[in-house]
Design a protein around this ligand. Structure first.
Ligand SMILES: CC(C)(COP(=O)(O)OP(=O)(O)OC[C@H]1O[C@@H](n2cnc3c(N)ncnc32)[C@H](O)[C@@H]1OP(=O)(O)O)[C@@H](O)C(=O)NCCC(=O)NCCS
Length: 241
């Protein structure tokens, strides 16, 4: 009979970190483990429908058990999957014990963010995805996770990290630009933007096949943002040219 036991190849302990966020909460960043499948299911089912749509590019209500198992049993030679977990007081969550994993002392471990990449067949790039729980957004978790993914990809001998972002996901697109990713419209689907960056020497960042239409649209968004900022700083009567 074949041995179907899952073995973790090269569990990358270097990514294990304890972080204190701007809201004062302490969280743990670590590579995902096979026993996180229930946490993954709970995490996805608690995301808002809009956040699930942005992450999975469709309307799903949750992960099937097999999907959750697949997402938590990682071959770290080919993939990297990082999670951020927080300990939540069972009392503070109003007795809501739907799926949190008992961590002792009346606290449950909850997953609050997930970021991962899978190596592409070309051998030099990887495709990534990231999602942060709605009530944990704006605390810098995505920035931290993207930095870790870039580091992992570089150490794994990859040159490019690439992700597909829905064209109406303005928050993620701004984040991508802030993190040095180049954006271009997907050649086969105008509803998607490809975000891509080199993970090696970041000083020599190049934009492969940059789409001039996409660049113009992002530049327009930047000008709109600057106008709003001027309005906020100087009031509605300021010159907004
Ligand atoms: C897009 C997404 C990943 C961003 O996650 P996040 O953790 O909120 O992102 P960050 O906090 O790192 O950065 C977001 C903003 O918070 C700000 N920020 C970062 N650190 C901060 C801190 N310590 N205190 C306050 N604000 C901070 C950043 O400046 C950034 O501002 P910006 O929106 O003007 O760029 C999250 O909203 C999400 O999961 N969306 C749905 C899924 C998705 O779109 N996935 C992409 C498809 S793969």
């Amino acid at each position: 009979m074949p041995d179907t036991t899952y073995r973790i190849h090269r569990y990358p302990t270097r990514f294990i970190e304890s972080l204190v966020l701007a809201n004062g909460r302490r969280v743990t960043l670590r590579p995902v483990l096979p026993q996180d499948d229930a946490l993954e299911q709970q995490f996805v089912s608690r995301l808002s429908p809009a956040t699930r749509r942005m992450r999975f590019h469709g309307s799903i209500s949750g992960l099937a058990a097999a999907q959750a198992a697949r997402m938590s049993s990682i071959d770290y030679r080919q993939e990297l999957a990082l999670v951020v977990t927080a300990l939540e007081d069972d009392d503070a969550s109003g007795g809501d014990s739907d799926g949190g994993i008992e961590a002792g002392d009346g606290a449950s471990e909850r997953l609050v963010a997930d970021a991962r990449y899978v190596r592409c067949a070309d051998g030099c790039s990887a495709e990534f995805a990231i999602v942060v729980a709605d009530d944990w957004a704006g605390l810098g978790l995505a920035h931290r996770l993207l930095a870790a993914l870039c580091d992992g990809a570089r150490r794994g001998g990859l040159r490019w990290l690439r992700g597909e972002v829905l064209a109406d996901n303005s928050r993620m697109l701004s984040l991508m630009q802030a993190c040095g990713f180049c954006l271009r419209t997907h050649p086969d689907d105008t509803g998607l933007v490809i975000a891509e960056r080199q993970v090696g020497d970041t000083r020599s960042l190049r934009c492969p096949d940059r789409d001039p239409h996409a660049a113009a649209s992002f530049a327009r968004r930047g000008r709109e943002w600057l106008r709003s900022l001027r309005w906020l700083l100087a009031g509605p009567h300021a010159d907004t040219r």
